[in-house]
Write a protein that binds this ligand. Structure first.
Ligand code: NAD
Ligand code: UFG
Length: 338
């Protein structure tokens, strides 16, 4: 079975490509490298000993996507291609709506034109909004998002819901990711943010390796056990395995379904920093700062649906996440740029 990964050169995409190849699937990647590079794909090929058909295209370009579909004849699509920086989306909302919505529409049009019926979509816990209490369950009504990035995810989910009604043969899985961190245990592939990281783990590893002077913990006066925000951190290799299970599910069921990919266990910012220091036996310079606008105090999954319908559960713990994130950063201080 051949899977087309839109945005497959990125952080989650390349780990998923690796696990798909390890499970006997063929992989095609289309990426414009706006937030990634071909080196990640080369390393996946080296780790697996298998070839990936790689197309440098903008997935917004429907004609090009159709050409690749005609050439490769994929059986299913995984849609990772999107812009994802929350703060940037507030500064550049038009670019975010344009890119994220257009990539989705051009993939759906290419599927319709070529008879591809199966797609997995990368959504986010952010669609639960502020109204819902954690643990988040898939049957809660979506909430209001605090930024344009989140709204693109919420809108794209609606597009998939509407399209699902038009063809009973379609099989669509919306995966709502929580906070992916970690890297493949080899340290050959991992998260390689451009510029100053927005997310906690790459900020910790860049501080540990000396690229950043110190981490700022955004607020310690939340109503949580240690005052810092709690998140559901999930190892990116567990997330990748979740996609392999979701592909199996696409083959079993038609219609549309929404599934959380999280561990169900929240950890605070300070718990993550302390676990990182302990498991890697090192100090991370940090200071307590003020709250970051838009942060929710607590965000974690009810992970029971993924166990029930996919037969998937996260296996790796916080220590694995901290060890593997550091292993990647230590071996690649400048990311993929040697
Ligand atoms: P990433 O930026 O590493 O990967 C996204 C990939 O899509 C990149 O390789 C980028 O170059 C590519 N891309 C973007 N626009 C494109 C376009 N128009 N045409 C072709 N390629 C394009 O991000 P990631 O962390 O791997 O995230 C993958 C998906 O999961 C994204 O949709 C993201 O919004 C979603 N998601 C991520 C997180 C997270 O914390 N990492 C959480 C929830 C959801
Ligand atoms: N944090 C710090 N210092 C930093 C960076 C982050 O203290 O330098 C804190 C944040 O305040 C938050 C926690 O670390 O409490 C996690 O922050 P991240 O930015 O790593 O992750 P978020 O939970 O804010 O957002 C992530 C993704 C979003 C996605 C959301 C829900 O970045 O795309 O999870 O899935 F929408």
């Amino acid at each position: 079975m051949k899977i087309f990964l839109a945005g497959g050169a990125g952080y989650i995409g390349c780990h998923t490509a690796l696990q798909l190849l390890n499970n006997g699937y063929e992989v095609v990647i289309a990426d414009n490298f706006s937030n990634s590079c071909p080196e990640a794909v080369k390393r996946v090929e080296a780790l697996t000993g298998k070839k990936i058909a790689l197309y440098e295209i903008d997935v917004q370009d429907g004609a090009k996507v159709k050409e690749v579909f005609a050439q490769e004849q994929p059986d299913a699509v995984i849609h990772f291609a999107g812009l994802k920086a929350v703060g940037e989306s507030v500064q550049q909302p038009i670019r975010y709506y344009r890119n994220n919505i257009n990539t989705t529409l051009s993939l759906l049009e290419a599927m319709e034109a070529t008879g591809v019926k199966k797609i997995i979509f990368s959504s986010s816990a952010t669609v639960y909004g502020e109204e819902n209490p954690s643990p988040y369950k898939e049957n809660m009504p979506k909430g209001s998002c605090t930024n344009p990035y989140g709204w693109t995810k919420s809108m794209m989910e609606q597009i998939f819901q509407d399209v699902a009604l038009t063809d009973p043969e379609l099989s669509i899985v919306i995966l709502r990711y929580f906070n992916p961190i970690g890297a493949h245990e080899s340290g050959e592939i991992g998260e390689d943010p451009k510029g100053i990281p927005n997310n906690l783990m790459p900020y910790i590893t860049q501080t540990a390796v000396g690229i950043r002077e110190k981490l700022t913990v955004f607020g310690d006066d939340y109503d949580t056990p240690d005052g810092t925000c709690q998140r559901d951190y999930i190892h990116v290799m567990d997330l990748a395995d979740g996609h392999v299970k979701a592909v199996e599910y696409l083959n079993r069921e038609q219609g549309i379904d929404i599934i959380n990919l999280g561990t169900g266990t929240p950890y605070s910012v300070l718990e993550l920093v302390n676990a990182f220091q302990k498991v890697n036996d090192m100090k991370v310079n940090y200071v307590i700062g003020t709250r970051r606008a838009g942060d929710l105090p607590v965000c974690y999954a009810d992970a029971s649906k993924a166990a029930r319908v996919l037969g998937w559960k996260a296996k790796r713990g916080l220590e694995d996440m901290c060890r593997d994130s550091w292993n990647w950063q230590r071996k690649n201080p400048q990311g993929y740029r040697k």
